[in-house]
Write a protein that binds this ligand. Sequence first.
Ligand code: FPP
Length: 261
Amino acid sequence: MFLLQMRMKAILNRAPSLGVPTHIAIVMDGNGRWATRRLLPRLAGHRQGMESLRRCIRACLERGVAVLTVFAFSSENWNRPAEEVSGLMELLAGALAKEVPQMHADGVRLHFVGERANLSEKVRTGLTTAEQATAGNDRLILNVCFNYGGRWDLVQAAAKLAAAKVEVTEATLASALALAHVADPDLLIRTGGELRLSNFLLWQAAYAELYFSEMLWPDFDEAELDRAIAAYAKRERRYGRVPSPASSSASTSSSRQSQAA
Ligand code: FPP
C-alpha cells in the first residue's frame, strides 16, 4: 500500500514539458452527430469515439501528461434509447478485453469512477480486474468516468462523511470524492461545440482552464490536442488573485510559472 502511494506521488510530481498540463479532463461529445452525418447508427459514432480515445491516450503518453480523465457515460445517459445504452455497455466490456493489455504494456493505470451498483455483474468484475491488473503502472493515470455525475459524486462524498460522523470541511469533502486520488484537472476540454460542463467534475473543475472545441469527438486528433495545450500554456492561472506584474507585460508567459507563483 505504502509503495503504491509512493508510486502515485511520483506520477503526480513528475514535471511534464513546459506548458503541458499535468491533468487533462475531456468531455468526449459529438459521437452521435458524427455517425448521423454519415447516415450511420449512433453506436458507430461511439465505436469511432473509442478509436479516438485510444489515439488520445497515446498522445497524452507521448506528451508527458500524468493524468487523463474522460467522461464515457453519465448518470443521465440511462435516459438514452435502450439499444444505445446496451451498446455502450458492450463497448465498455469489449474495450476492457481488447484495450487493457496494450494499456498495461504502455504503463497506463486505470481507474473507473462512478456508481457501480447498477452496472451488470460482468461489467463490474471487468472494471475491478482491469484496475487490479494495471495498479502497478505509473506512466499515465487514466480515469474513466462511467455512470458518473458531478452531483452524484458530491452526494456520495457527503453521505460518506455523514455516515462516518466526520465534520464537513473543504478538505474532508475533497478527500471523500471519487477522484481524490488525483489533483484537480488543469485543462478541461469539451469537444462537439457545446459550451457547458454537463455535470462533469463540478467540484474539481473549479479552477480548470476550459477549452471548447468545435470538433466532434471521433475527429479529435493530436493536432487539436496540441491546440488545446497551446491555448492552455498561454493562460494565466490566478486562483482569485490579481494578475502578476510580469503577466500584464508578457501575457503569453507560461501558465506553469504563474501557477507556481
Ligand atoms: C457523447 O456523445 C458521448 C458519449 C455519451 C459516449 C462516449 C463514449 C466514447 C467516446 C467511447 C468510449 C467508450 C467507453 C465505454 C470507454 P453524444 O452521443 O452525446 O454525441 P451527440 O452530442 O453528437 O449526440
